[in-house]
Design a protein around this ligand. Structure first.
Ligand code: PRP
Ligand code: URA
Ligand code: MG
Length: 208
């Protein structure tokens, strides 16, 4: 869990039911940039030579193969811009997923990922980790394509969701979850309490 006063402040405004969509979108972007700092701590790098106007020295470059960033639509799309600013060389894949609000099961309506991601560091973006069903399915797609190193960046998580993801992944891969705050619990409708409501609706408006 990220522990920083700026993150706590922005998250509090994000939770506020009176925060409008433009402010919500800006805060999501700012928060992901702060979380990405922690999430990319172990991004693979290589040593390179660089010539400054004064001398030649050794520096660091993000190594190839390039990391892969995958926002889970809709709500994860709100995190892409903030992540891309920090990791501009990363490739971007897309997953469109929807939680059936009656069964709480995840349904995939779009899957646009590279065919082989063996050896790639992958970053999944989704602001909300509730029951964990969506993230578990998304991680399974990445593991089927050869990923072994997955980092999920979320804004809020329920303890139940974190446990479910951990149990599902087991020792199949290295999965790290970077989250701004772990909330109390899920309510009967599978919403995070206290949470922030439906992140997709707050970013983009209500759809039927
Ligand atoms: O952990 P889970 O119980 O699976 O719930 C979390 C999922 O629910 C939300 O998406 P939603 O289905 O509302 O789609 P949206 O992003 O289009 O609003 C959220 O962005 C996660 O993807
Ligand atoms: O609290 C929740 C749970 C699932 N999806 C959301 O957007 N919010
Ligand atoms: Mg939603």
């Amino acid at each position: 869990m990220a522990d920083h006063p700026l993150i706590a402040h922005k998250l509090t405004v994000l939770r506020d039911v009176n925060t409008d969509s433009p402010t919500f979108r800006r805060l999501v972007e700012e928060l992901v940039a702060l979380l990405a700092y922690e999430a990319t701590r172990e991004v693979r790098v290589e040593t390179v030579e660089v010539t400054t106007p004064v001398a030649t020295t050794t520096g660091t470059h993000i190594s190839t193969p390039r990391p892969l960033v995958v926002p889970i639509l809709r709500a994860g799309l709100g995190m892409l811009e903030g992540m891309s600013k920090l990791l501009p060389t990363a490739e971007v894949g897309f997953l469109g997923m929807l939680r059936d609000e009656t069964t709480l099961e995840a349904v995939t309506y779009a899957n646009r990922l590279p065919q082989d991601i063996t050896g790639r560091q992958t970053f999944l973006l989704d602001p909300m980790l509730a029951t964990g069903g969506t993230l578990i399915m998304a991680i399974d797609y990445l593991l089927e394509l050869g990923a072994k190193d997955v980092t999920a960046i979320c804004l809020l998580a329920a303890p139940e969701g974190i446990d479910a993801v951990r149990q599902s992944v087991g020792d199949r891969a290295e999965v790290k979850i970077v989250v701004a705050a772990v909330d109390e619990r899920l309510n009967a409708k599978g919403y995070i309490v206290p949470g922030l409501g439906d992140a997709g609706d707050r970013l983009y408006g209500v759809v039927d």
